[in-house]
Design a protein around this ligand. Structure first.
Ligand code: GLN
Length: 203
């Protein structure tokens, strides 16, 4: 499997490590490619769009012509996991002219809504498809305020969706890549019924 991590900005190395661990849990070979220019996405089987700063990420994706490649990847039915700023970029609308959203997911988001109130926090979260609660790290997290009919809500926090799936797109307000638990990566890219709690952390 070739996993492309969108690497124009954000917590790239954490996602690279997480997809390697998730693949190892499934005995799958995984080559990670960091994507800073166009021409790499078409070779990737799966994509990861990290947390960071959505204004910067969306601008650089457009400047480099990577935005259209990501849309084509999803239109062809290939998976992507988008976290925090990645979720904002993947949304239909972020209600902020500084973010050019890709419209991969029929949701609207409110940037920084969680963060301004609560800054950063970690909470155990029930996620559809996972047996045990997930340690969810929220950092200046976006609030998903509307979801379209085709969007499945995988997790709620205080009445708001924080994990969603629409076809090949899985997205979260929180940062699964910042914990040793790779179950959300497994759920996005492998059969979720086989998701396992990791027993050791190797980076
Ligand atoms: N609030 C940030 C943004 O708007 C996202 C924060 C994050 O990815 N941790 O891009």
């Amino acid at each position: 499997m070739i996993a492309g991590v969108i690497a124009v900005q954000g917590d790239v190395s954490e996602h690279a490590a997480a997809i390697r661990r998730a693949a190892a849990a499934h005995d799958a070979d995984c080559e990670v490619r960091e994507i800073r220019t166009s021409g790499i996405v078409p070779d990737c089987d799966v994509l990861l769009m990290p947390g960071g700063e959505s204004t910067t990420i969306s601008r650089l994706l457009a400047d480099e012509g990577i935005d259209d490649e990501i849309r084509a990847h999803v239109e062809a039915g290939n998976p992507i996991l988008a976290t925090c700023a990645g979720l904002i970029v993947a949304a239909r609308d972020a209600k902020d002219d500084r973010v050019s959203t890709l419209g991969l997911l029929d949701v609207t988001v409110d940037r920084n809504a969680f963060g301004r109130q609560k800054d950063s926090f970690e909470a155990p979260l029930d996620i559809e498809g996972l047996d045990e609660p997930f340690p969810a790290v929220f950092i200046r997290a976006p609030l998903i305020d509307t979801v379209g009919d085709d969007v499945e809500v995988l997790a709620d926090w205080e009445g708001n969706p924080v994990g969603v799936r629409q076809g090949p797109v899985v997205a979260s307000s929180f940062h699964p890549e910042l914990t040793p638990d790779t179950r959300l990566h497994q759920l996005a890219f492998f059969d979720e019924t086989e998701a396992v709690v990791p027993t050791e952390v190797d980076g």
